[in-house]
Design a protein. Structure first.
Ligand code: DGL
Length: 252
């Protein structure tokens, strides 16, 4: 393993492509291998032990590529498996968590809504985060959103009506920020913005995660600095157009 070795990333499906997109912008010389566990998506409605099992098997696939670092490009998988993965692997493991800390710093008297999967919001990692940064923060599980993204729907009347129903308990409130606590949600920004209102700032953890990755690789002298990097996309769902849809999301 050396600086030319790829960085491995995985998610339950298409969501981590939003993280990979940020990585390509900030680290254009790096090589990446991305695994979307599309056949098993969504993770967010599963139990912690099921998510852990699926995450370990996703990582086994990436380890075959001699990866120099692992990004768990999924808040749900991070909550269920980051500790176990850090114990098992000798490479750096970068996880994700809902960006509640930056969101809480832009709050100015209104509410912070934390959109994430049911699993993310129920696991211990999130409770610890809420204790630290959760003043006037309201967790809002949004189980359907992953399905919209996985089926390639990013804007539609059905999506708008789902979101307006979801946000209806807050319709008379001042919403200062919405945390996009699942890596699928950045693909739905326009619709989420309409539902939350134009005064709400949408905050995701993608850039923070990639900056952390950059600094960890620098510390270990594992940064690839020159040339153009490459991307390999893999999915547990064989056949069909999954890889083509991932490419479309990544490059357009
Ligand atoms: N993209 C994932 C996350 O960041 C989860 C989506 C799912 O439920 O599979 O939480």
């Amino acid at each position: 393993m050396n600086s030319d070795s790829p960085i491995g990333m995985f998610d339950s499906g298409m969501g981590g492509i939003s993280v990979l997109k940020t990585a390509l912008r900030l680290m254009p010389a790096e090589n990446f291998v991305y695994f979307g566990d599309t056949a098993n998506a969504p993770y967010g409605d599963k139990s912690e032990s099921e998510i852990l099992k699926l995450s370990l098997s996703a990582v086994d696939k990436l380890l075959k590529y001699d990866i120099k670092a692992l990004v768990i490009a999924c808040n749900t998988a991070t909550a269920a498996s980051a500790n176990a993965l850090r114990r098992r692997l000798s490479i750096p493991v970068i996880g994700m968590e809902p960006a509640l800390k930056p969101a809480s710093s832009i709050r100015h008297g209104g509410k912070v809504i934390v959109l994430a999967t049911k699993a993310t919001l129920s696991l211990e990692k999130f409770h610890i985060l809420m204790e630290k940064y959760g003043a006037d923060a309201y967790p809002l599980p949004a189980p359907e959103l992953v399905h919209f993204v996985e089926s390639g729907v990013f804007d539609s009347p059905k999506l708008d009506s789902y979101l307006s129903e979801l946000f209806s308990p807050y319709k008379n409130d001042q919403i200062d920020a919405v945390v996009l606590g699942c890596t699928h949600y950045p693909f739905l920004k326009s619709a989420i913005q309409r539902a939350a209102g134009s005064g709400a700032v949408l905050v995701d953890g993608n850039e923070g995660t990639i900056k952390r990755l950059i600094s960890v690789l620098e510390e270990k002298s594992l940064t690839r600095k020159n040339g153009k990097g490459s991307v390999a996309l893999l999915s547990s769902k064989t056949g069909g157009d999954t890889i083509a849809r991932m490419e479309k999301l990544l490059y357009f």
